[in-house]
Design a protein. Structure first.
Length: 84
């Protein structure tokens, strides 16, 4: 029970601090309001997506879903290195 409460606190803190940091960083790197809004909405899309992924992980299995996610992120990281 304590882990659930602490997880919710950490999630709320991360969402709150990202909004504050985003407004400061947006001024520094000079991005438009459209991009600032899209970046900020990304975390909310993740919250909504967790409802769908939760059901999918119940059907497929959490291990398979986490492993496929790890492979996708590793591949995208390698692609990012190639473009930098």
């Amino acid at each position: 029970m304590i882990a659930i409460v602490l997880g919710q606190i950490a999630c709320g803190y991360a969402l709150g601090i990202s909004g504050t940091a985003l407004s400061n960083v947006a001024k520094y790197i000079n991005i438009s309001n459209l991009w600032t809004g899209l970046i900020g909405a990304g975390s909310l899309i993740g919250l909504a997506g967790s409802l769908l992924i939760g059901r999918l992980s119940d059907k497929i299995g959490r291990r398979k879903l986490l492993m496929s996610n790890m492979y996708i992120l590793a591949g995208l990281t390698l692609l990012h290195l190639l473009t930098a």
